[in-house]
Design a protein around this ligand. Structure first.
Ligand code: NAD
Length: 440
C-alpha cells in the first residue's frame, strides 16, 4: 500500500502503531528485508541522492557517496552480518536461593513506534542510520528529514515509501509546525540530531509521555596539538577533517590548542595543506562545499574577523562560499570562541602547556569529540583521564564515527545516548529481564 505524502502526523503515528501491535515488525526476517530494501534504494538511487546533496550543500559526488550513501550501506552490511548474534538472548547466572532448576536471561524487545528527527548537514546519513537501527531492532519508524536540506528531504520522501514497508515506515516532511505536531504524539522513543536548543524542546515534549530520548547534539570539539607532533601530518589531517562539508560536521575540529611555538609552526603547514587539498583557489575546487543558507553564511562571515588570518578569510554571499580559513592569535573571548563554529573557520588558541589545555577544555561544555595529536603516551592518557567528551580521536579527526563497533554519541551539552552497530540495537530496544522456574 502506498501512502501519498503529506500525511497528518497523528494519522501516521496511529497507522504505524497498529502495524507494530500486529507484530509484523518483530520477526528478524522482516527486519532484514527492510535493511536489504534500504540497501537496494541506496545502490539504485545513489546518483539521485548525490545530486540532491549537491543541490543542498554543494557536496561533491565523491563526498556524498563517502560520507552519506556508502557510509549508510556499510552500516547496513555491518548490521545484517551481526544482527542474529546481537539479538540472541543472554543467559544470566541465577543465585542459589532460587534453586538449581531456575534460569534467567535477557532479551531485546523492540520499543514500538520511534520518531527520528534529522538535521541538514548530513541529511541522508543522519536520517537513514538511526532509521536502519530502529528497524533492525524491530520498530516502526516516523522519519522527519530536515527542511533546511529540501532537495534531500524531497528525494528521501519520494524514495523511502517505494522501498520500505509503508505500514511501518512513514516520512513526514516539514519544519517547526510539523515537528511540533509530531512531538505532541506519543512515541516509544525519540531520536533527535541537531542543536541543543531544539534538543531541549524535544526532551520537554518527550517528558509529557515519559518517552526516552537520544539527543545527538554538537558543541565545540577541541584539538590539542603537542609540540612533539609531526606538524605536517597534523595539518593534513586537520584540514581534511575540518573542511569536509565546508566545516558543517558535528564532530569537526572546532578550535586548536597549542603552545605558542607549536601554534606558530603550524601556520605554514596549514597554508600548504589547504593548498594541497583544495588548490590555490578553493572556490573552484569541486571537492569544496558551500554553506547551507544565507543565515548561516552571515553568522559565519561575522566570525572571520576574530583573529589574524593565516589562510582563507574571503567569502561570497551570493555563492554561499566561505574559504577554508585558519585564524591565529585568537583571544578565547573572541566571537569565534563563543558558539560551535559549524563552518570552515579554524581558530588557533595558544596555551602555555598541557595543564592549561586541560583546564581550558574542562572550563567549557563537554564536547562531542576531543582530538589529540602527540607522540606521548602520558599526554594521551592524561587527556583521556582528565577530560570528558563524547568521543576521543587520537591522531585522526572524525574517523571514530566510521567505526560501527564504537558507540557514537555525546555527553553533557553534546548529547545523551549513542548509536551505530549494536549500540543502535541497545538504544532502540528494551532489554527485558526474564526469570524462569519450572512448575514441577
Ligand atoms: P536543523 O535546523 O536541520 O534542525 C534539526 C531538526 O530539528 C530538523 O529536522 C528541524 O526540523 C527540527 N527543528 C528545528 N526547530 C525545531 C523546533 N522549534 N521544534 C521542533 N523541531 C525543530 O539542524 P541544526 O540543529 O542546525 O543542526 C546543526 C546542529 O546539529 C549542530 O549543533 C551540530 O553539531 C549538530 N549535529 C549533531 C550531530 C550528532 O550526531 N551529534 C550530527 C549532526 C549535527
Amino acid at each position: 500500500m502506498n501512502h501519498p505524502t503529506p500525511e497528518q502526523p497523528a494519522d501516521a503515528v496511529a497507522r504505524l502503531r497498529a502495524t507494530f501491535r500486529s507484530g509484523r515488525t518483530k520477526p528478524v526476517e522482516w527486519r532484514k528485508e527492510q535493511l536489504n530494501r534500504l540497501r537496494e534504494l541506496l545502490t539504485s538511487h545513489g546518483a539521485e541522492l548525490a545530486a540532491a546533496l549537491h543541490a543542498d550543500l554543494g557536496k561533491s559526488e565523491k563526498e556524498a557517496f563517502r560520507t552519506e550513501i556508502d557510509f549508510t550501506v556499510r552500516e547496513i552490511d555491518h548490521t545484517l552480518e551481526r544482527l542474529d548474534g546481537w539479538l540472541r538472548p543472554e543467559p544470566a547466572p541465577v543465585p542459589a536461593h532460587l534453586g538449581a532448576d531456575a534460569t534467567a536471561w535477557t532479551r531485546y524487545d523492540p520499543l514500538g513506534v520511534v520518531l527520528v528527527i534529522a538535521p541538514w548537514n548530513y541529511p541522508a546519513q543522519l536520517l537513514l542510520t538511526p532509521l536502519l537501527g530502529a528497524l533492525a531492532a524491530g520498530n516502526a519508524v516516523v522519519a522527519k528529514p530536515s527542511e533546511l536540506a529540501p532537495a534531500t528531504s524531497a528525494a528521501l520522501a519520494g524514495l523511502l515509501p517505494r522501498y520500505l514497508d509503508t505500514d511501518a515506515v512513514a516520512v513526514v516532511e516539514g519544519g517547526v509546525p510539523e515537528t511540533t505536531e509530531l512531538l505532541a504524539q506519543r512515541f516509544d522513543h525519540i531520536f533527535y540530531t541537531g542543536n541543543g536548543t531544539v534538543g531541549r524542546i524535544v526532551m520537554r515534549a518527550a517528558a509529557e509521555h515519559l518517552t526516552p530520548v537520544v539527543l545527538e547534539l554538537g558543541g565545540k570539539s577541541p584539538v590539542f596539538v603537542d609540540r612533539d607532533a609531526d606538524l605536517a601530518v597534523v595539518a593534513d589531517r586537520l584540514v581534511r577533517g575540518k573542511f569536509l562539508n565546508a566545516g558543517q560536521t558535528c564532530v569537526a575540529p572546532d578550535y586548536v590548542l597549542a603552545d605558542p611555538v607549536t601554534a606558530r609552526a603550524l601556520e605554514p603547514e596549514f597554508v600548504r595543506a589547504v593548498r594541497e587539498v583544495f588548490g590555490a583557489e578553493p572556490r573552484t575546487s569541486a571537492e569544496y562545499g558551500r554553506i547551507v543558507n544565507e543565515r548561516h553564511f552571515d553568522r559565519l562571515a561575522a566570525l572571520l574577523g576574530s583573529g589574524r588570518t593565516v589562510t582563507g578569510g574571503d567569502s561570497d554571499r551570493a555563492a554561499k562560499y566561505i574559504a577554508p580559513t585558519v585564524l591565529a592569535d585568537v583571544d578565547p573571548a573572541a566571537p569565534v570562541m563563543g558558539e560551535e563554529i559549524f563552518g570552515p573557520i579554524l581558530p588557533i588558541v595558544t596555551v602555555a602547556d598541557l595543564d592549561e589545555a586541560i583546564g581550558f577544555i574542562n572550563d567549557r561544555d563537554k564536547p562531542l569529540a576531543l582530538y589529540v595529536f602527540t607522540e606521548s603516551d602520558t599526554t594521551r592518557r592524561r587527556l583521556a583521564d582528565e577530560t570528558s567528551s563524547g568521543g576521543l580521536g587520537l591522531g585522526l579527526p572524525l574517523a571514530h564515527l566510521t567505526v560501527s563497533d564504537l558507540p557514537f554519541g555525546g555527553v553533557g551539552e553534546s548529547g545523551m545516548g549513542s548509536y551505530h552497530g549494536r549500540y543502535s540495537i541497545e538504544t532502540f530496544s528494551h532489554r527485558k529481564a526474564v526469570l524462569s522456574k519450572p512448575l514441577h
